[in-house]
Write a protein that binds this ligand. Structure first.
Ligand SMILES: *Cc1c(COP(=O)(O)O)cnc(C)c1O
Length: 369
C-alpha cells in the first residue's frame, strides 16, 4: 500500500479513479453509452452540457452558494486568477489591497501589481509565515479601494485562516479569496465574499480547471479590455462554454463532487480533516526530532509543514518514508523542510502510516546517534 502526500496535483479518491477507469474506453452518462470516452466528445453535446450543469448544481448545494453568485469553470490555474482578478475588478483609478501571508499570496500580489495599483495592507512574518496577522493588526485600507485579496490556505507555508468570516466582516470592499488548497475541505462563508477561486488539482480534481465563484454585481466591474477567456462576464454569459473547456478535468471534478456528497458533504470532509490533522500535528509535537513551526492557531489542516531543522536529515526522512510507500513529503522548493498534504482523499490509514514512519525514523536516529 502506498500513500501519496503530494501537494498538487494530489491524490484523488480511489473510488473516483475507479469510476474514471470504468468510463474508459466508453463513457456512460446516466446509464447510456456515449460511443466514446468523455475526452473525445463535443462540449456542446447534450451529455457534457448536462454533466457541467450537474457539477455546478452539486457545488452550489455543497457550499450553499447564494443565487446571486455565478459558478465558472475556467482555465489558466490559480495563476490565471492572479491576473484575472485585477483585470476584472480593478478600475484604473482604484487600488486593491492584498494581505501577504505566505508564498501564494505574495505571488498573487506581485502578479496583480502588473495590472494595476495594489497596496499590501498586512504582511505575515517571512520566511516562515508561522502566524497570520488578524484584521485588527492590518494597516488602514487605501482610498478608492476595489477589493481586498487574501489566501485562505497557504499551501507552501502550511498556514490556514480558520475564521474566514471574521476576516470578511465589515470590509469596505469585496473580499477575494484564493482557496485553492482547502477548497471543499470545510464549509465557507460564500455570502461574505465577493469572489472565491480554486485550482482543482489540490483538493477537487486533476489539473486543468479552476473554479471561480463570483458575485454577479462584480461581472464587468473594471470596464477594461481583457482576454475573453479571462473575462468573468464573458464566461458567465456562456455558462463556462465560451470556448472549449477542459472537458476531462471537469468530468473528474464532477465525479469528485459526487464522492464528497456520498461521504456526507463538507461537514464530513471537515470532521475528517480535523481528525487527520490533529493526529499528525500531535505526533510531530510529541517528537523530539521533528517540529511543526506554524503556531497552533494557524496550522493548516491540509498542508502539514514540519522539519528537523537539518536539511540532510529532512532528506533522509524523505528517503526513509519513500521506502515505506509514503511519497511526496519533500517541502516546497522555495521553503525546504517537509510537508505532508492531507487533502479530502487521504484516508486516516495514510496519516497513521506517516505517524508510524515519523516514530520509527526517530527511534532509529536515537539508536544511531
Ligand atoms: C497551487 C496553488 C496556486 C497555483 O496554482 P496553479 O494552478 O499552479 O496556477 C495558487 N494558490 C494556491 C493557494 C495554491 O495552492
Amino acid at each position: 500500500m502506498t500513500f501519496n502526500f503530494s501537494a498538487g496535483p494530489a491524490m484523488l479518491p480511489p473510488e473516483v479513479i475507479e469510476q474514471i477507469r470504468a468510463d474508459l474506453p466508453e463513457w456512460h452518462w446516466r446509464g447510456v453509452g456515449q460511443g466514446a470516452s468523455v475526452m473525445e466528445l463535443s462540449h456542446r453535446g447534450r451529455a457534457f452540457e448536462e454533466l457541467i450543469a450537474e457539477a455546478e448544481a452539486d457545488l452550489r448545494a455543497l457550499l450553499a452558494i447564494p443565487a446571486n453568485y455565478r459558478v465558472l469553470f475556467m482555465q489558466g490555474g490559480a495563476w490565471g486568477q492572479f491576473a484575472a482578478v485585477p483585470l476584472n475588478l480593478l478600475r484604473e483609478d482604484e487600488v486593491a489591497a492584498y494581505a501577504v501571508t505566505g508564498g501564494w499570496s505574495e505571488s498573487a500580489a506581485k502578479e496583480a501589481a502588473r495590472f494595476g495599483r495594489i497596496e499590501i495592507v498586512a504582511r505575515g512574518e517571512a520566511p516562515g509565515y508561522t502566524t497570520i496577522p488578524p484584521r485588527s493588526a492590518w494597516a488602514a485600507f487605501p482610498e478608492r479601494l476595489a477589493y481586498v485579496a487574501l489566501c485562505s490556505n497557504e499551501t507552501v507555508h502550511g498556514n490556514e485562516i480558520h475564521d474566514l468570516a471574521a476576516f470578511a466582516r465589515d470590509l469596505p470592499a469585496p473580499l477575494v479569496v484564493d482557496a485553492s488548497s482547502h477548497f471543499l475541505s470545510r464549509p465557507m462563508p460564500v455570502a461574505e465574499c465577493g469572489l472565491i477561486y480554486a485550482g482543482a488539482q489540490k483538493n477537487v480534481g486533476p489539473a486543468g480547471v479552476t473554479i471561480v465563484i463570483v458575485r454577479e454585481d462584480l461581472l464587468g466591474r473594471s470596464g477594461r479590455v481583457i482576454p475573453s477567456v479571462l473575462d468573468y462576464a464573458v464566461m458567465a454569459k456562456a455558462n463556462s462554454l465560451f470556448n472549449t473547456p477542459p472537458t476531462f478535468a471537469i468530468y473528474a471534478v464532477a465525479l469528485t463532487l459526487q464522492w464528497i456528497k456520498r461521504q456526507g458533504g463538507l461537514a464530513a470532509m471537515e470532521a475528517r480533516a480535523i481528525e487527520r490533522s490533529q493526529a499528525l500535528y500531535a505526533a510531530i509535537d510529541r517528537s523530539r526530532l521533528f517540529r511543526a513551526p506554524v503556531a497552533p492557531a494557524f496550522r493548516s489542516r491540509m498542508n502539514v509543514v514540519f522539519e528537523t531543522g537539518d536539511p540532510a536529515r529532512d532528506a533522509a526522512f524523505v528517503r526513509f518514508a519513500e521506502a515505506r510507500g509514503l511519497s511526496g513529503l519533500k517541502g516546497h522548493r522555495s521553503r525546504g523542510g517537509l510537508r505532508a498534504s492531507i487533502y479530502n482523499a487521504m484516508p486516516m490509514a495514510g496519516v497513521e502510516a506517516l505517524i508510524a514512519a515519523i516514530e520509527a525514523f526517530e527511534a532509529g536516529e536515537a539508536q544511531h546517534g
